[in-house]
Design a protein around this ligand. Sequence first.
Ligand code: ADP
Ligand code: MG
Length: 243
Amino acid sequence: MTALTLSDLQAGYDPDLPIVKGVSFTVSKGEAVCILGPNGAGKSTMIKAIAGLVPCFGGQVQLGETEVTGMPSHLLARNGVGFVPQTENIFTRLSIIENLQIAAQLLPKPERPRRIEAMLDMFPDLAARPRELAGALSGGQRQMLAAARALLTEPEVLMLDEPSAGLSPKLVGQVFETLRRISDTGVTLVLVEQNVRAALALTHRALVLVDGKLAHDGPTDVLHDGRFLGELFLGHRAAEAGR
Ligand SMILES: Nc1ncnc2c1ncn2[C@@H]1O[C@H](COP(=O)(O)OP(=O)(O)O)[C@@H](O)[C@H]1O
Ligand SMILES: [Mg+2]
């Protein structure tokens, strides 16, 4: 079963200057994929376009069998897409529990307490201090809270933009442990990462985006060869991939 399909997606900030230049791939239900690529390749733009936060100029995004191209982000959230942006993904002046309560407002009222409870069960670190200000949390705990906010609505597909950016190696480990647990619950994961090593340990399949186009879509094992990845990033192998 297919969870997410992109067909020749073009997206960006100016229709005359697309940043995502015709990207196609499918992600199966329950799969975890990472999106790698050099800075400025368009990874964030692509993931935001899928999440309804950047305009699509051409092509399609499908959730399962349903076309959702250009659907506004709050409707996508109701239709099974969770998105954790790279920055400003929590309210730092509010407490943990308030952050969860706000995210829960997308749900029908009777379901809210049960889902907040479920998130506190899943993240004991957060459950231990529900009244703590989110701004007082460590980088790793902030990412957990951001993930919990996105998971509250029980998304089928969870997309995260560089959840380990700027964290110490120990916290990177913590974040990836969390992602592993999320993946084990059956949620489809789409993860944009700069931390190639950690990403490759988590996911079975990598997509490499170079200059708005896919330069590689396949198993992660070949990417353990740093030279291959280096050449991909520089674009030398893009032609070989036939794209
Ligand atoms: N809000 C924006 N408005 C205009 N251009 C943008 C905006 N955000 C990113 N860009 C441009 O889009 C290109 C891709 O950026 P981005 O998607 O952030 O790449 P990545 O996440 O792969 O580093 C860059 O050239 C960047 O300058
Ligand atoms: Mg980015």
